[in-house]
Design a protein. Structure first.
Length: 172
């Protein structure tokens, strides 16, 4: 990946040329066939993934036998950021819909960047926070839309459970 292509991605916006070159040099390119599982919910691969070619779906287990598709990803999209910044298992699975080419940036490489160039590491972390904040904002909008529906009263208990899980220790 070229440094110009890297810094055009939201996660790497604002990086200087040296930091961008360093990250590009540490990226690993991987290819997957359609229907291959790239990341498995519950496991932990501490890397940030960038889709170069193809499409993937993000899905999550709802019960023992059912997967719910949460999103479709396309070239330029990034995934794995939650497990990248926090040592935790993946909250969802990523499966290739078509043949897919991705780059991965390992957390260990990021930690080396943090030691050598804290400003660049801060920029990456800040950009990841922006991506996650935008996803949370969209989730908040979606929840509000659901609660505005005529059948919202039937879902009040679900909302209270969700709210208490997401906003623990937040005062309303």
């Amino acid at each position: 990946m070229l440094t110009e292509d890297l810094t055009a991605l939201q996660i790497f916006t604002g990086l200087g040329p040296d930091a961008a070159s360093r990250i590009c040099a540490s990226l690993r390119t991987l290819e997957f066939s359609a229907d291959d599982l790239i990341l498995n919910e519950g496991e932990s691969v501490q890397a940030l993934w960038i889709i170069l070619e193809g499409r993937c779906v993000v899905s999550r287990s709802c019960d023992v036998s059912q997967q719910r598709v949460l999103a479709e990803l396309k070239p330029g999209d990034v995934f794995g950021e939650m497990s990248f910044v926090r040592r935790a298992p993946h909250s969802a699975s990523i499966r290739a819909v078509t043949d897919v080419k991705v780059c991965s940036y390992r957390r260990s490489e990021f930690l080396d960047l943090l030691k050598d160039d804290p400003e660049a590491a801060w920029r990456v972390t800040s950009n990841i926070a922006d991506v996650l904040a935008e996803r949370l904002r969209r989730m908040d909008t979606w929840v509000c839309e659901i609660m505005e529906r005529p059948d919202a009263e039937d879902r009040r208990n679900e909302w209270e459970t969700f709210r208490s899980a997401v906003y623990t220790n937040w005062n309303f």
